[in-house]
Design a binder for this molecule. Structure first.
Ligand SMILES: [Zn+2]
Length: 99
């Protein structure tokens, strides 16, 4: 069981690396990153705290807070452009509000 979890974690880590590389490629058109949690009872507080945080892709905070955050993390990232930010009424999360 522990082994299975470990490999899930490695798979998520590799998947996030690909997502991140993709986000960097889209950076000019989609300069914002939203972190999202699954937001259910299985999420750890650490992951729930990341839910719906929106930062600029160049924000150094991201480098140390990209998923997976822990062994059971199921968080993901979304890339966003200005139009989507406006449409979904999203704003950048203040630096001093970041967990
Ligand atoms: Zn997480």
């Amino acid at each position: 069981m522990a082994k299975e979890r470990q490999s899930d974690y490695m798979i998520r880590k590799a998947a996030m690396k690909r997502n991140w590389e993709n986000a960097l490629r889209l950076k000019e058109r989609r300069p914002y990153i939203m972190l999202f949690a699954v937001d259910d009872s299985r999420d750890k507080a650490e992951c729930l705290a990341m839910n719906k945080i929106v930062v600029h892709i160049d924000n150094p905070w991201l480098q140390s807070h990209l998923p997976p955050h822990n062994r059971t993390c199921r968080c993901g990232i979304r890339t966003l452009n200005d139009r989507q930010m406006e449409k979904e009424e999203l704003t950048l999360t203040d630096d001093d509000m970041l967990p």
